[in-house]
Design a protein around this ligand. Structure first.
Ligand code: RUQ
Ligand code: CUA
Length: 650
């Protein structure tokens, strides 16, 4: 390999200029760095492209990232926060499952949050977290909240980006699974959750032989109350759909605000039964050439529900399919067989559907569809009475993308980026003339992709992450279960370039959203004695000097404080059989001075960040001597931050 260093000088100069422009650091060397760099490149076997990629992503200690990515943590039930361009993982947020470090699911406050996600009284200790959705104002991310859906158990969570904590989980027994979740309307009026697998609504029983008549899909519109920062189930509603197996969803924006779009993959009404004389599920669902894009006027649905045109099923207001079909709430447009992603362009004018089993992306025109709907110009009706628009009169065109188009994101220059699963590339194409202009290979089997603010009304371009399902030869060998691979792609160069591979060993990650970091304004500490879930001063908050143990019959209340480097009280005596109500407040107000608190054998483990208050309730049913201690290396006397919990035998 012949190495020249002339190319690196301008690159270093640019980097130095950028550093000075951002007010950062001392001036970097411009001419002299080259010989040392050449030696390093030789020693590590790096090409010029490698070093360029390194310069574009390397983020020195203390420098922050320009973007933050919120990625689904798949089965872990968590959300992963990643910095871009460094690709450093910055946080895991506990959402649908207990997360020990944060004490999430261990104190009374967060146990109650998780309990919101119980189904039929059952605690669920995993999730299939899919699509994160940042809250929007005017179709742009506002940096306030994050929502995410659990496909497996049809749940939606609300995360407050003030402290990056999950505040609420909602679910409805109306449906049994979701996939089109979570997607928000442009002002976060609603968080959309759409079924994947059809079931009888409300958790009833019916044999799949009655699939056509008894099984249904639905789109739930969870009402988000911004003043409270919570979903209001009582103000939410659902729209009943035929059992066509709805897939992804997206809300209209700008011209198409008030509408939402859902695709589907099973107009065949297949339900499996490969030992009962039926075709297997996958071929049964792929017989017809066309499926239906569901075009939904949700504002109209909202009006009809407000006017009382609903049935209540499993506590949810449901706009019946017959009403939705008759009142122009639900209209179908054919879409090429078994599509997958549906994504609205930044101007809200077009709806891009990924073909999956078709080589095309189909670009529907909202204007054309709206004109046909207004003129009631239909081609026919489906067996459930839903009007169907003409395919050719509804589209603006099709773009020949390649094999297995799935999901689409956008930039600020009129380009769209579609993931091609089978071809395992990202295709860049022009929205104006529907032509592919570039492709970049990804390693391997790309699912979703995310560009900077790429599904808002004003995408940034710049960066894209390919979220790849396979990673076979990319990293050190770690046995049969491999990490997935997030590849950072540079969108600023004439040809797209892969800059970085991030193995993600927490999965299976699905979708992600990327937000400009300066839109986020997280708090640094809690107010003294704050309950992080209510945001209020906790009823049992402990003040310094007022620590105590109070007994009321067999109920023992422990009012404990934590501050470097002790717990007060550090001896707590109870009797076997007592119920213990532990009230723990951190008296710290210094940023990052976090303590943990643990008692062995009682599964007590909480985290108290500065100011935070938590309650812990348990029965002291095991007599003995239990050391309790701080689980964060908080200070030089961290090991001394300990005490004894004494349970005297009866
Ligand atoms: S989707 S399999 Cu987001 Cu492509 Cu779930
Ligand atoms: Cu507090 Cu260690």
């Amino acid at each position: 390999m012949r190495l020249s260093t002339s190319w690196i000088t301008p690159l270093l100069a640019t980097a130095a200029a950028a550093a000075v422009a951002c007010g950062g650091g001392k001036s970097a060397p411009t001419g002299a760095a080259s010989s040392g760099v050449t030696d390093l490149m030789k020693a590590r076997g790096l090409s010029e492209a490698d070093v360029t990629a390194a310069l574009k992503t390397y983020t020195p200690s203390g420098k922050h990232d320009e973007y933050l990515v919120f990625a689904s943590g798949g089965h872990s039930g968590q959300v992963i926060v990643i910095g871009v361009p460094s690709m450093r993982i910055i946080k895991y947020i506990g959402v649908f499952t207990p997360e020990p470090w944060q004490g999430y699911g261990f104190d009374d406050q967060t146990k109650a949050v998780l309990a919101g996600g119980r189904r039929s009284g059952q605690d669920l200790t995993w999730a299939d977290t899919h699509h994160p959705a940042l809250s929007e104002s005017g179709g742009d991310y506002d940096g306030k909240y994050l929502f995410i859906g659990d496909k497996a158990n049809a749940r939606v969570a609300v995360i407050d980006l003030a402290d990056f904590m999950t505040k609420q989980i909602v679910t409805t027994e109306l449906i049994g699974s979701d996939h089109g979740a979570a997607f928000v309307t442009p002002n976060t009026e609603y968080v959309i959750e759409t079924t994947q697998y059809a079931t009888p609504l409300g958790g009833k029983y019916a044999d799949p032989k009655e699939y056509k008549d008894k099984y249904r899909g639905a789109a739930v519109f969870w009402k988000f109350d911004r003043t409270k920062g919570r979903i209001d189930p009582a103000a939410s509603f659902a729209i009943e759909f035929p059992p066509y197996v709805q897939d992804l969803a997206d809300a209209g924006k700008k011209v198409s605000d008030g509408w939402a779009f859902f695709n589907s993959i099973n107009t065949e009404l297949a339900w499996g039964g490969n030992l009962e004389g039926n075709p297997p599920m996958e071929s049964g669902m792929s017989q017809n050439d066309m499926d239906y894009l569901h075009v939904v006027n949700w504002r109209k649905a909202e009006e009809l529900v407000a006017a009382g045109k609903f049935e209540t099923i499993a506590g949810m207001k449901v706009l019946p399919l017959s009403v939705a079909a008759a009142e122009g709430v639900l209209t179908f447009v054919p879409e090429p067989k078994s599509p997958h992603g549906v994504d609205i362009t930044p101007d809200g004018k077009d709806i891009v559907v990924g073909g999956k089993l078709d080589t095309h992306g189909t670009v529907y025109s909202f204007e054309k569809m709206k004109a046909l709907i207004d003129a009631k110009q239909y081609e026919g009706k489906d067996p459930y009475g839903v009007p169907i628009l003409s395919f050719k009169d509804s589209i603006r065109g099709q773009v020949e993308l390649g094999l297995g188009p799935l999901h689409t994101q956008f930039d600020d220059k009129g380009f769209a980026y579609t993931s091609l699963f089978l071809e395992t590339v990202v295709a860049k194409w022009s929205l104006a003339d529907l032509k592919v202009v570039d492709k970049v290979p990804t390693h391997y089997n790309i699912g979703h992709l995310v560009s900077a603010e790429g599904d808002t009304v004003s995408p940034d371009g710049k960066y894209l992450i390919a979220m790849n399902k396979w990673a076979l030869d990319r990293f050190n060998l770690v046995g049969p279960l491999l990490p997935q691979n997030f590849q950072l792609v540079d969108l600023t160069t004439p040809k797209m370039q892969v800059l970085y591979d991030l193995p993600l060993p927490l999965g299976e990650p699905h979708y992600a959203q990327m937000i400009k970091a300066d839109k986020l304004k997280p708090i640094e500490i809690y107010k003294p004695g704050e309950d992080p879930i209510t945001g209020e001063h906790a009823t049992h908050a402990v003040e310094g000097g007022k620590e105590r143990v109070e007994r009321q019959g067999d109920q023992v209340h422990v009012y404990m404080s934590a501050i470097r480097s002790n717990f007060k009280p550090d001896i707590v005596r109870v009797k076997e059989g007592d119920t213990v109500h532990w009230h723990l407040t951190s008296l710290e107000q210094a940023y990052d001075a976090t303590h943990g608190f643990a008692i062995n054998s009682y599964n007590v483990n909480v985290s108290v960040e500065p100011g935070k208050h938590v309650d812990i309730t348990f029965k002291a049913d095991k007599p003995g001597v239990f050391p309790m201690y701080c689980t964060e290396f908080c200070s030089a006397l961290h090991l001394e931050m300990a005490g004894y919990f004494l349970v005297e035998p009866r």
